[in-house]
Design a protein around this ligand. Structure first.
Ligand code: COA
Length: 325
């Protein structure tokens, strides 16, 4: 069995910072409410005209440099996103062109906040089967384009950003297990009702603000804690490991309280949890990979460490992955 691992990481966060104080001027909220309920202090937003592929390309360039590979070495690009540049073609096609990665088969996947883990698992299978050698797996989002800036229940939560990983065969370590799950009975908890084939864009869809995120936060909160804890246990079991073997958890960054409740369920101390939610908020598919990139660059992950990636999102979808670094 081939060992497949991450050989390079990159991230890109747009320049503009939106703080909780800025949000206080836009909706009826407070820094105190946002901080205590979510752990978020600020988030990044794109400039006018900046799209998901622009962020993805910058993250990908950094990941390629880190992996010491050239664009032409890449033969597979998967972009996980729920905010593509356009309904079609795939954002991955724009990324391929801008990178000059002419040899890469390129496509998008839609698995919301678990998107990076879904894409990572797909890429791992292709490389293990020998179809491709070097894959670029990207999580990139411009959530500000689908956020209702008049809805205080949601607008305080999200941010824009991108992260990228290069996957390849490795000599030691690598991905030890992956686990994915879906529960389509709960699509109504987090969704964008308008703009697709169900409710195409119309004057009516616009006036009902149907092209923005709708969310039942409370229900999602409880499900996220239970599902992320159980996904972690399933992936660990598949790798023949236990919670005590984990050196660092990279959780999806949706809410600090969700992450801490999950850690408590698993009996993990807070020192073993990587957090960047305070700086960026929830960036959906970009959250986990950006956090992984920062954790590695800050020296929080060393060779030989056991790292657990764990994510949950709209669908519902979830995924966990155990990697030996
Ligand atoms: N500022 C001030 N008050 C706010 C607010 C804001 N930004 N947003 C909501 N409120 C109010 C609500 O209107 C409600 O007021 P009421 O009691 O008068 O009705 C009160 O705060 C409590 O709302 P509730 O929804 O119970 O808060 P909560 O503790 O569940 O926190 C979330 C709300 C959204 C932060 C939390 O439920 C959450 O993070 N859920 C998961 C979301 C998620 O993970 N989504 C992505 C999945 S990947």
């Amino acid at each position: 069995m081939k060992k497949i691992g991450i050989i390079g990481l990159g991230k890109f966060l747009p320049k503009k910072v939106l703080t909780n104080a800025d949000l206080e001027k836009m909706v009826d909220t407070s820094d105190e409410w946002i901080t205590t309920r979510t752990g978020i202090k600020k988030r990044r937003l794109v400039a006018k005209g900046e799209a998901t592929s622009d962020l993805a390309v910058k993250a990908a360039e950094e990941a390629l440099k880190d992996a010491k590979l050239k664009p032409l070495d890449i033969d597979l690009i998967i972009v996980a996103t729920i905010t593509p540049d356009m309904p079609f073609p795939a954002t991955a096609c724009f990324v391929q062109e801008k990178l000059g990665a002419k040899n890469a088969v390129s496509f998008d996947i839609s698995a919301a906040c678990a998107g990076f883990l879904y894409a990572l698992t797909i890429a791992q299978q292709f490389i293990a089967r020998g179809n491709y050698r070097n894959a670029l797996v990207i999580g990139a989002e411009v959530l500000s384009s689908v956020t209702d800036w008049q809805d205080r229940n949601t607008c305080v939560l999200f941010g824009d950003g991108a992260g990228a990983a290069v996957l390849s065969e490795v000599k030691s370590g690598g991905i030890l297990s992956t686990y994915l799950g879906t529960d389509g009975s709960k699509t109504g908890l987090l969704f964008i009702p308008g703009g697709g084939s169900r409710n195409p864009v119309s004057r009516e869809s616009m006036s009902h603000r149907m092209h923005y995120i709708k969310m039942q936060g409370n229900e999602l909160f409880k499900l996220a804690v239970t599902i992320m804890a159980s996904a972690a246990q399933t992936a660990l079991k598949a790798a023949n490991l236990e919670c005590k073997d984990i050196d660092l958890v990279i959780p999806h960054q949706a809410n600090m309280r969700i992450i801490m409740a999950m850690a408590k369920k698993l009996g993990l101390p807070k020192e073993k949890i990587y957090l960047n939610i305070d700086r960026y908020g929830n960036m959906s598919s970009a959250s986990t990979v950006t956090a992984l990139c920062e954790a590695v660059k800050e020296g929080r992950i060393q060779k030989g460490d056991i790292v657990l990636l764990d994510a949950f999102g709209a669908g519902l979808v979830w995924g966990a992955c155990v990697i030996k670094w």
